[in-house]
Design a protein around this ligand. Sequence first.
Ligand code: 5U1
Length: 673
Amino acid sequence: MQKSLDSALIKIVEDLRRTLHKHNYRYYVLDDPEVSDAEYDRMMQELIALENEFPDLSHPDSPTSRVGAPPLDRFETVAHTLPMLSLDNGFNDEDIIEFDRRIKKNLGTDDEIIYTAEPKLDGVAVEFVYENGRLTTASTRGDGINGEVITSNARTIRSVPLLLENRKNIPIPSRLEVRGEVFMGREGFKRLNNERLNHNLPPFANPRNAAAGSLRQLDSKITASRPLEIFFYGIGVVTDLDLESHWDTLVILKNLGFRMNPLIRAKIALKGVLDYYRELVEMRFQLPYDIDGVVIKVDSFSMQRFLGSTSRSPRWAMAYKFKAHQETTRVTNIEVQVGRTGVLTPVAHLETINIGGALVSRATLHNEQEIKRKDIKIGDTVLVQRAGDVIPEVVKVIESKRTGKEEIFKMPLGCPVCHSSVVRTESEAALRCVNSACPAQVKERIKHFASKRAFNIDGLGDKLVEQLVDKGLLHSYADIFHLNEKTLACLERMGPKSAENIVNAIEESKQITLARFVFALGIHHVGEHVAGTLASTFESFENFLAATTDDLKAIDGVGPVVAKSVADFFQQDENRKAIEAIIAHGITVLREDKKIGGALKNKVLVLTGTLGNMTRAEAKKNIETAGGRVAGSVSRNTDYLVAGTSPGSKLKRAHDIGVQIIDEKTLLELLGD
Ligand code: 5U1
């Protein structure tokens, strides 16, 4: 009897593990989840409970091992079977043309060389060893010959497969060494740094440092709490597989369960490589993670072997780096700006400089502590960086350039705009203006409310909002819905056509998804990600309004700070009144389940060319309402390319990689119009 119970239990645990591995693969590798996060978490909790109750059933391959293992005293080191080489760098087209020329010369051919090109992530290179399909060792690059063993830490990264699966009849190699870049996305980085500031811990300087620091933790439970991700890009020693090219290898790796960057461009010639570089230069700041260039690899393995490597780097690969995004300049002044939650942010005025193609004359200094920590004075020469975020920041002072005439900066004792008093909240490094009617706060709140990712009111940009607030025409969110063509046409540089377009955009914005609506309210600590979590949890605005602090705290990804902030927001009469006033204008907050269950559920669409019946913003909104997502570029994950008139290069790309191309009429049919 006991035996049959044990075998039934073992089967339940094994089934749960298999199911969780499968869903992990669908979520991280295919970007096509089959179950909700809540369902996944429920299964994981069930497995954790069973493994806790029956410790004999625990196993290092279990998906539960992602929560971390007992802490280590130190890291062991391990020799890489094949050295983990670096890449030679190129900085302009001529360097890449020369690289191509050299390869042809070494191979003794005039034929076009076929390359695979991929984004170069700014993260930490790691090697993973799989023996008979099980992850046995993960190690950092170290000096390229020996690395540090970080297996328990690597196991906590959800997009790292713990067990390989034989899909599409690909045999599981007895030994497989796979290499990839561990990184932290920008959203995760911001959230982590906010949490650290809230706990009086120093923030990480950039996502790369945060990824490296998180991976080198002796306690893997800390690593497990960090939002690390990975894209795999290559191999070391592999047995049992007959691999002929880099691209074929990546396809096989993807089928075995490894996550690939969807932007990898396969089998292109030199011109394709140069075009791809330009595409990524355009796209880089829209990506959710930092990249610092493009990696170009000769695709054929027989050519790679013929070309060989130096002791430092392979002759068949090169990194084409993006232009520097750091430059030095001088701080001419420091101004204090007031944000939508009243936070006072010091901003450096700079002598204008060109950083990676953009003119920069302002940089955020974050807060008073940050100015003190970096010891920034007015008149200093500083290193300025335009990083992932569009807001440039001061990295450090170039002390050797000091003349002694630099001036120390002091934060004002009151709000620089409305002169109300300012307070410093205990957990925050910031000062805050206490007057919620402060014109600076009103302007910033309305800008946020109308912005692309909130109500998405095309044409109601920052300058216009400022004019409208200054003229006393906008005091609250609801005032936006009173704007008419006559009022708008009185403003500077506003023709009747523009006024009409704005009024139309305001009208169109009245249909809004719950996630966008919650984000638009500008609740402290509720960014786009948290708003999405709240929307998918509560499904309707009525449910969200009725939530208690305990309901909020119970949501995965919503900590006590966010829960308190949401509860405080709704406790304030003025906020409730502001929401009632918005809703009274005929706003429809779409139930989130409509979005999730829409005709384009989980579909990825890319738009090219001009559409006849809707603007791009409208198309995007309609697609999102139907549960789809609009991406900026065509990749193998794209479900449909919607081609309007005069389509761009995306059409050829979609055609080349076999993405389904549809016209606007078909899109309307899919949207159920
Ligand atoms: N995407 C990518 N990054 N990266 C880094 N591929 C790639 N390949 C590398 C490195 C160091 O090296 C191999 C070409 C040896």
